[in-house]
Design a binder for this molecule. Structure first.
Ligand code: KDG
Ligand code: MG
Length: 403
């Protein structure tokens, strides 16, 4: 007889970072969890799940992952969007977790088995100026990282994306976003100096990446890409806002620096033009924000046909649950490129346990049945939700800009 879902709970917790997790339980005694965290808009997804999806799940056969995905996607009528696709992802990943546990297999085996033993990952190094950024790179190298995303403060700007001010809190509740400032010409002068200094100190072999976080026009992004060509970046990420897919046609013709995009995408339709016209080298859509394993598998397959590789988002707001699912996915996916890995806050390990691990520059999926991540609901309750926002950015004259 088919198993059925008997309980579905949404767990909101903030162990140094807000995380939303969906836990499903079945009549046969299995359970699975999926991540539903949408940074800065967490409670919208929690409500979407609790108020609209959970009642539909009770009684369903957990084995019918594809049918449940289509039921939630087509059944909503209002397609796509980050809230909907994150909620669907949470259900999808919890169901894959249950299916793999029912089979007694690590999840990557269900996807088709291992294509590799471990996954190359990159972490972040940043500094308020170039000298501090170089010190941060050295620290990360000493911890074993072989690939490092480097960001540095820009002279004249107070605070910018990716550069942590000393003593800055990431955990205090907020009633409004913090504001950064922005000056494109100053940034375009700084970036090649930063990577010249990185190559000068660390040599040609270190794998380096950079994130422009959606702030440039196509022409500015082309200037940046060209100015970074001598330093052989693994990728330049999010140089122009991803909504403007036509911009990438121009950018692609202007620079040979490899291009990555997609952390804000939530469906294959966001990436279709970029992939099929081969305008990017790496697709960064993540399991949690792009409809779960069931949908990201379709994105990865489309990408494989067009020589585009994966490079999934893995900042600290990507919970340990998504990291577990992503590493099983990465173990299998034939066109794997790299996995981002910014360590989670220390308290997260009181709430979640995980089977994945980091060693010598690589991430390992683990071999536990399912995706290998669990949540302790009692520990989660010790860390109540704190309202927090992603930052916003303004030009010097006050104009709102992309952060
Ligand atoms: O929640 C948003 C962050 O995860 C994002 O801004 C981090 O750009 C990012 C990255 O590349 O990790
Ligand atoms: Mg990014």
């Amino acid at each position: 007889m088919a198993d059925r879902i008997t309980a579905a709970r949404v767990i909101v917790t903030s162990p140094g970072q807000n995380y939303v997790t969906l836990k499903l339980e079945t009549a046969s005694g299995l359970s699975g969890i999926g991540d539903a965290t949408l940074n800065g808009r967490e409670l919208a997804v929690a409500s979407y799940l609790e108020d609209h999806i959970v009642p539909m799940l009770i009684g369903r056969d957990p084995a019918r992952i594809e049918d449940t995905w289509q039921y939630l996607y087509k059944g909503a009528y209002w397609r796509r969007g980050p809230v909907t696709m994150t909620a669907i992802a949470a259900v999808d990943v919890a169901l894959w977790d249950i299916k793999a546990k029912a089979a007694g297999m690590p999840l990557y085996q269900l996807l088709g088995g291992a294509s590799r033993e471990h996954m190359l990952c990159y972490t972040h190094a940043d500094g308020t100026d170039i000298a501090h950024a170089l010190e941060a790179v050295e620290t990360k190298r000493q911890r074993g990282f072989r690939a490092i995303r480097v960001q540095a403060g820009v002279p004249g700007l107070k605070r910018i994306y990716g550069v942590h001010a000393p003593g800055e809190s990431h955990d205090a509740p907020q009633d409004a976003p913090s504001e950064g400032d922005w000056d494109t010409p100053a940034y375009l002068r700084l970036a090649p100096q930063l990577f010249a200094a990185v190559r000068d100190r660390f040599g040609p072999e270190l794998t380096v990446l950079h994130d422009a976080h959606h702030r440039l026009s196509p022409n500015e992004a082309a200037q940046l890409g060209r100015s970074l060509e001598p330093y052989g970046l693994f990728w330049l990420e999010d140089s122009v806002p991803a909504e403007d897919q036509a911009a990438w046609r121009r950018l692609r013709q202007m620079t040979t620096t490899p291009l990555a995009v997609g952390e804000v995408f939530n469906s294959i339709w966001d990436a279709q033009t970029l992939i099929t016209e081969r305008l990017i080298d790496y697709i960064r859509s993540t399991i949690v924000h792009a409809g779960g394993i069931t949908h990201v598998r379709r994105i990865a397959d489309l990408a494989a046909l067009h020589n585009v590789r994966t490079g999934f988002h893995g900042a600290a707001d990507i919970s340990p649950v998504t990291m577990g699912a992503a590493l099983h996915f990465g173990r299998w996916v034939p066109n794997f490129g790299i996995q981002e890995y910014a360590a989670h806050p220390a308290q997260a390990s009181e709430v979640f346990t995980w089977d994945w691990s980091f060693a010598d520059g690589y991430l390992h999926s683990g071999e536990a049945p399912g995706h290998g991540v669990t949540i302790d609901e009692t520990a989660a309750a010790r860390y109540p939700y704190k309202r927090r926002y992603l930052d916003v950015n303004r030009l010097k004259d006050g104009t709102m800009w992309d952060w």
